[in-house]
Write a protein that binds this ligand. Structure first.
Ligand code: MLT
Length: 408
């Protein structure tokens, strides 16, 4: 019998969102008349903007003709897309990212889960708590942790609690770490890091020769010019950070799948023999071996995100979700619930009402209001006593959900 990867057995339960889906489906099966409103998983609801769909359709048509057919895509991505990314996501904000430093992929979830493969098993990993579960679970699977304790925290990880008491700003560890996961705008708390916060992390990473894995999947939701969209906007960021981006939440690609990762050329790690090794080389090797590129029509669609019509459509989509978030913030506050986030992110992070822990409030909200959210404790021990609502839904559903919560 094949010996399995025993580290998988340390994983406490199913992955958070399928687990919630399972509970909601069970409730819906038992209560077929309940009109369940889903504000749990951060999945978008609005159609992909027309200019992007048209670009994908044209590219699909090209695939029908021998002269314009494309087989395997280049594994790091098509130049037309990488050039658009370098220009519109970075150069336009005064940041230099070379086309060659961009790896187009099937999304930030996969890349932020896979990136740990290029680091040694004994690397010390620091995570915010609460945290997007992928960063944690992928390191558990790789064997960088011991078992979980009773609150679900894994031995060997360095947790950085983010709560209302510290304004959801993680404290810099008072010990050495090798890998630091940061996410801004943050999933799940919906809060953002300032330029000074990022500068402090860059200084710490330089001192410890650590690598920051910076997830900027929600940068499109930032609506204050003073807040950086990329860690590379801050001095020294290129020397210490890998950055992940996604077209899921701006262009509606949660089902289409496309994102990218930037690995700057100056970023280095150390081999077991003590030599400096360029991380770009390792990620390029990993990508070429395990990934066969993103479909050509999808990359054409992603490139259309940067066309004038694409930009306008995306601004409207994000504006719509952010109006949802503003409505939710106002209604929840009026219902006496303390609300964080939702100003530069599509997520609202609530303090659970007195008498409810996170999963208790999940059940209460589902049973009494037929509204689905995500229990804060599902994102880590410090998420206990909090609850996440997503602003990704149609306006009538948002209004109805807020009315039901207001009546609780
Ligand atoms: C979430 O709800 O946190 C998102 O769906 C995460 C993701 O994009 O994987």
């Amino acid at each position: 019998m094949a010996h399995i990867n025993d580290h998988y057995l340390k994983l406490a339960a199913g992955y958070l969102f399928p687990e919630i889906g399972r509970r909601v489906n069970a409730f819906a099966a038992a209560n077929p008349d309940a009109d369940v409103i889903r504000l749990g998983i951060g999945d978008v609801v609005k159609g992909i903007p027309r200019p992007i769909v048209e670009a994908m359709k044209e590219a699909m048509e090209e695939m029908a003709h021998d002269e314009s057919f494309q087989g395997y895509p280049p594994d790091q991505g098509q130049d037309f897309l990488r050039e658009a990314i370098a220009e519109h996501d970075f150069a336009s904000r005064g940041v230099k990212v070379d086309v060659d430093e961009i790896f187009v992929s099937d999304g930030a979830k996969c890349d932020s889960g896979n990136i740990q493969e290029i680091f040694a098993d004994d690397c010390v990993v620091a995570l915010t708590d609460p945290v997007y579960p992928v960063y944690c679970d992928s390191n558990v699977m790789a064997g960088r942790t011991g078992p979980a304790d009773s609150d679900g925290s894994y031995d060997g990880l360095v947790y950085m609690p983010c709560t209302a008491e510290n304004n959801f700003v993680p404290a810099i560890p008072d010990q050495h770490v090798d890998i630091i996961y940061l996410c801004s705008p943050n999933n799940p708390t919906g809060t953002v890091m300032t330029r000074d916060d990022m500068a402090a992390w860059i200084a710490y990473a330089k001192k410890e020769q650590a690598v920051i894995l910076f997830d900027a999947a929600y940068e499109g939701y930032i609506n204050d010019d003073a807040i950086p969209h990329s860690i590379y906007e801050v001095e020294g960021g290129r020397e210490v950070a890998i950055e992940f981006r996604s077209y899921s939440k701006n262009a509606g690609f949660t089902g289409i799948r496309c994102g990218y990762t930037v690995v700057p050329r100056e970023l280095v790690g150390r081999s077991g023999a003590g030599e400096e090794v360029d991380l770009h080389r390792l990620w390029a090797r990993r990508h070429a071996t395990k990934f066969n590129g993103v479909a050509y029509p999808v990359q054409r669609g992603a490139a259309a995100v940067y066309s004038p019509a694409g930009k306008q459509a995306i601004a409207e989509t994000i504006g719509f979700y952010m109006e949802n978030a503003a409505i939710m913030r106002e209604k929840l506050a009026a219902a006496g619930i303390a609300v964080h986030g939702g100003e530069h992110a599509p997520y609202l992070w609530l303090a659970t009402p007195a008498g409810h822990d996170s999963w208790g409030f999940f059940d209460h909200l589902l049973q009494t209001a037929h509204v689905v959210g995500t229990p804060g404790a599902g994102f880590g021990a410090a998420g206990e006593g909090y609850f996440r609502l997503s602003a990704f839904n149609h306006r009538d559903k948002i209004d109805e959900a807020m009315e039901r919560i207001g009546k609780l």
